[in-house]
Design a protein around this ligand. Structure first.
Ligand SMILES: C[S@@+](CC[C@H](N)C(=O)[O-])C[C@H]1O[C@@H](n2cnc3c(N)ncnc32)[C@H](O)[C@@H]1O
Length: 457
């Protein structure tokens, strides 16, 4: 049985053989076995269950987390070509191959091709061990995995060249093509799909926001976005600074979204979908005199939100509730409402390379939830108040479709031009500001986001 929670690996149910470091791991880029097991579990979760890789999947791996992250990223980002490379080497290419075999082979091949610091021994033998693992592999294919990987290990440079030469489209699913086309269409840039895909295949680099004190060494400002910081080339990840709440990780699209220009009085703010609390924190910084209510429907996420805000010294009332239900009974209106709605996350492809392979059938459920939340938020906007709706998705049904519907259904709400009209943003020619937040996916180096702002008459 595979566990849903990938971390930590339950030692009691793992064979001891695989819990011990292997004798051959004496190369300069060793990979401990727990790291490989974590990667295999994560791949089973994605390709077996259609589930996401939990954020904390590598929590207990220590230094090995770097290599595990690299290997998991390679397997997810290049899954299609890894499978395509193997297929002609099988006796019966059209017969289905068990997931355990595909995972063992993909992990072995990815290490041989793209992780030159991993020795042949480590890449091959541990993948063969994995194939022989009753939970994660497919025991009858141990010999097959061994034969394919040993042959591939004879010329690793040629293997990398063959894999790199396969078409990039193999690594995309139909859902990805749809998302990329949706990202490019508003900018009339449909012809740049391959360039966008190539950009999204690069490992993501984090952005940060200063919360208090000095900027730590190694972080530099992002031009044009005050308060946004990024890591200098080669600088260490600023973990101590983050742990001391000197700053937080926040993608530059979120920061740009919250750089709205609004000079009307704001005394009551609602963050309707708040966890994990990055935007709640920014709202508190932007409007220090206002009272701030943060809603979150999931109990665990609400508890974490409360804790995070406390650590950061953010004064907010955190309520665990469905935002629409809570609004119905709250009896107040708000001068500023942020609805950062739950969505498909199609704009987070770079950070979540498993996205192409997830089951995406819950889109209708999400769009109707978004509409329900938007209606409730619109109903509780004070006269003259500002409502910002956003999703980290490029799909029009999660963004612009709601805006068009709102325009028709709610004449009391008018577009509020609160964002600077950057080059590449969708705005009317000559306009200095726009009510539509839709950064160009190639000219803007942040996550895919869509948003719009309306004001109540
Ligand atoms: C996109 S995330 C919000 C991210 C957050 N604004 C931030 O920047 O840190 C959406 C959140 O809405 C929560 N959510 C989903 N349905 C909800 C509902 N009906 N009411 C309130 N929160 C909901 C999800 O659990 C999730 O934490």
């Amino acid at each position: 049985m595979l566990r849903r929670d990938l971390c930590p690996i339950p030692r009691a149910v793992r064979p001891c053989r695989l819990s011990q470091p292997q004798a051959f791991q004496d190369d300069g880029y060793p990979m401990s076995t727990p790291a490989r097991l974590h990667v295999a579990h994560a791949l089973h979760e994605v390709f077996g269950e259609g589930g996401r890789v939990p954020d904390i999947w590598d929590r207990d791996l220590g230094e090995d987390a770097h290599l595990a992250q690299a290997l998991l990223g390679l397997c997810l980002r290049r899954w299609g070509r890894l499978q395509a490379w193997v297929k002609p080497k099988l006796k019966d290419p059209d017969r289905g191959v068990p997931l355990g075999t595909r995972v063992s082979l993909a992990m072995g091949l990815a290490q041989l091709a793209w992780l030159p610091g991993v020795s042949d021994h480590a890449a091959v033998n541990e993948s063969v061990d994995l194939a022989a693992d009753r939970d994660l592999g497919f025991v009858p294919h141990k010999g097959l995995v061994n034969a394919i990987l040993r042959r591939a290990a004879k010329d690793r440079v040629a293997l990398a060249a063959e894999l790199d030469a396969l078409p990039a489209a193999l690594d995309r699913s139909p859902a990805v093509d749809r998302a990329l086309n949706a990202a490019l269409a508003p900018h009339r840039a449909e012809g740049e799909l391959e360039a966008l895909w190539a950009r999204l295949q690069q490992p993501p680099r984090p952005d940060f926001r200063l919360l208090k004190g000095d900027v730590p060494e190694g972080l530099v400002p992002v031009a044009g976005l005050p308060g946004c910081l990024c890591l200098e080339e080669g600088a260490p990840f600023p973990r101590p600074w983050l742990e001391a709440s000197g700053g937080m990780v926040q993608d530059r699209s979120s920061q740009a979204l919250l750089a709205y220009r609004w000079d009307q009085p704001v005394t009551r703010i609602l963050d309707a979908c708040a966890a994990p609390g990055g935007k709640t924190t920014t709202l508190a910084l932007r409007h220090p005199g206002a009272t701030l209510t943060a809603l979150e429907v999931h109990p665990k996420r609400a508890a974490r939100l409360r804790q995070t805000l406390q650590q950061r010294g953010v004064a907010a009332q955190v309520v665990q509730a469905d935002a629409a239900e809570w609004l119905e009974v709250c009896g107040v209106t708000f001068d500023l409402i942020l609805l950062d709605a739950p969505c498909s996350g199609s704009g987070t492809l770079q950070k979540h390379p498993e996205w192409p392979w997830l089951k995406h059938e819950d889109l209708p459920r999400l769009t109707s939830l978004q509409r329900r939340l938007l209606t409730a938020a619109a109903d509780h906007l004070a006269p003259g108040g500002l409502l910002i709706y956003a999703v980290c998705s490029w799909l029009p049904e999660e963004g612009l479709a709601h805006r068009e519907w709102l325009e028709q259904a709610r004449p009391d709400l008018v577009p509020a031009k609160v964002w600077p009209a950057r080059p590449g943003a969708t705005s009317e020619p000559g306009d200095e500001a726009t009510a539509l937040f839709q950064p160009h996916p190639l000219r803007w180096d942040g996550e895919g986001f869509q948003g719009f702002a309306v004001r109540r008459n």
